[in-house]
Design a protein around this ligand. Structure first.
Ligand SMILES: C[S@@+](CC[C@H](N)C(=O)[O-])C[C@H]1O[C@@H](n2cnc3c(N)ncnc32)[C@H](O)[C@@H]1O
Ligand code: SF4
Length: 413
């Protein structure tokens, strides 16, 4: 009930992210670089096979296109450098960032030549994890490696349309990486059509047994188009089952030696997390289909590879949608992302928005405290009871973004 209500509010807020102007006002960048530390997200949209459930902007790998793309990425980065932006924390997402290792190494070299690189996080698939790649990623300075396992259950992996596995091999691949980086993360998906609670319990158990540094559990997020495609291919996507899956995570991990780094991410000890949206108030995304939040502005890059190349050949940022968030949208977005990261520092909120959260977001705070979803004074922390409602809020927010992606992908904007 509480989760449904908070989900509904977030869905309504998230819809606003769909109403974008198609031309960005260049004044956005004028003061933006002074807003504090901004992280850089780099999207590599190529995969060797395309998983039917995946909502990200991805294309079937073609070497010539991918090589050209890495060149264009440098061009996009140069445009930000010219505007005076500087970065120290980087996140490579995909797609499959390791799809062309020599290009990836070249790009990281370019980052090191231009910035003082502090931390790099990178996503990959189990298939790409081998001794040679691990050595090369270590040498390139990757701090956090995130491996998309999704499930160690062979039937589920097959149902997901992923040509990885068998699961015993995936376990060996994860263990090969474990201990080689500051943080090794494994991604799982829950509430996939046909997945049983027992199958998911076994996945959480395997994560514990393998003693991997970190796991991120994503609730299946299906935009309307993906939802009907999934339902044609598999069973019904049943959102009412989601809480039962989430309870497995809480029961197995909350009281264990794991710490909730976000409501979806559980770590052993202090670890890096993949959520640049939690660690950083602002982030810029480069690459086809990336989104950015800078100084209260939300904007989207083109999803089309052709358009991406064409705009960059004219030294133009490949931005195709922009929205200046209102002060209130900005504050609510801030609240959502910090709750997602389990804690909001009230001093930092006041510093950023010029007044305390108790005056700026009085009703939201009242609701959270009244129902025991969060508590505390200087630091507002999400309680165990609050974790699922926050998970629903984040799922709704990401689903709105997925709707946006779908819209742009369909139109190839
Ligand atoms: C974009 S993928 C990149 C990782 C890598 N390509 C892989 O699949 O192994 C990052 C993570 O997003 C999650 N993901 C992708 N599509 C999703 C969806 N529709 N719902 C929930 N999570 C999803 C998966 O857990 C995946 O590991
Ligand atoms: S889940 Fe990963 S491998 Fe599958 S299509 Fe999406 S990005 Fe590519």
């Amino acid at each position: 009930m509480l989760a449904n209500l908070s989900g509904w509010v977030t869905r309504r807020e998230g819809r606003k992210f769909l109403k974008l102007h198609d031309k960005i006002d260049d004044s956005v960048f004028a003061g933006a670089k002074d807003t504090g530390t901004i992280s850089l997200y780099i999207h590599i949209p190529f995969c060797r096979t395309l998983c039917p459930f995946c909502c990200f902007n991805r294309y079937l790998f073609r070497e010539d296109k991918a090589r050209q793309y890495f060149k264009q990425l440098k061009g996009e980065l140069d445009l930000y450098i010219k505007k005076g932006f500087t970065f120290s924390d980087f996140y490579f997402g995909g797609g499959t960032p390791t799809i062309l290792m020599d290009e990836l190494e070249g790009f990281i070299g370019y980052l090191k030549a231009n910035f003082s690189v502090k931390r790099i996080s990178l996503e990959t698939t189990p298939r790409e994890v081998n001794r040679e790649n691990i050595a090369r990623l270590k040498a390139a300075g990757i701090n956090r490696l995130s491996i998309g396992v999704q499930s160690f259950d062979d039937d589920i992996v097959k149902a997901m349309g992923r040509p990885f596995g068998p699961s015993e091999e995936m376990k060996q691949q994860v263990l090969m990486a474990q201990g080689e980086f500051d943080t090794v993360n494994v991604d799982f998906v829950f509430n996939f059509p046909g997945q049983t609670i027992d199958q998911f319990k076994a996945d959480v158990q395997t994560f514990k047994e393998l003693k991997i540094d970190q796991a991120t559990f994503y609730p299946l997020m299906a935009s309307p188009h993906k939802k009907s495609a999934l339902e044609r291919r598999f069973n019904r996507v049943d959102i009412t089952e989601e809480k039962r899956f989430y309870d497995v995570i809480l029961n197995e991990l909350y009281a264990d030696d794991c710490k909730a780094s976000t409501v979806w991410c559980f770590s052993r000890g202090e670890r890096m997390i993949d959520e640049y949206i939690v660690d950083f108030d602002d982030y810029i995304g480069i690459g086809a289909g990336s989104v950015s939040i800078v100084g209260g502005n939300f904007y989207v890059n083109t999803f089309s590879l052709d358009r991406y190349g064409e705009l960059l050949s004219r030294d133009t940022l490949p931005i195709v949608g922009w929205r200046k968030l209102t002060e209130r949208e900005n504050q609510r977005y801030y609240l959502l992302t910090k709750l997602f990261g389990m804690e909001l520092d009230t001093g930092k909120f006041a510093q950023r928005f010029g007044a305390g959260i108790e005056t700026k977001l009085r009703a939201e705070l009242f609701f959270l405290k009244l129902f025991g979803l969060a508590g505390g004074k200087d630091k507002i922390r999400v309680t165990r009871k609050g974790m699922y409602p926050v998970s629903v809020m984040m799922r709704e927010f990401f689903t709105s973004l997925n709707n946006l992606r779908e819209l742009y992908i369909e139109e190839q904007t």
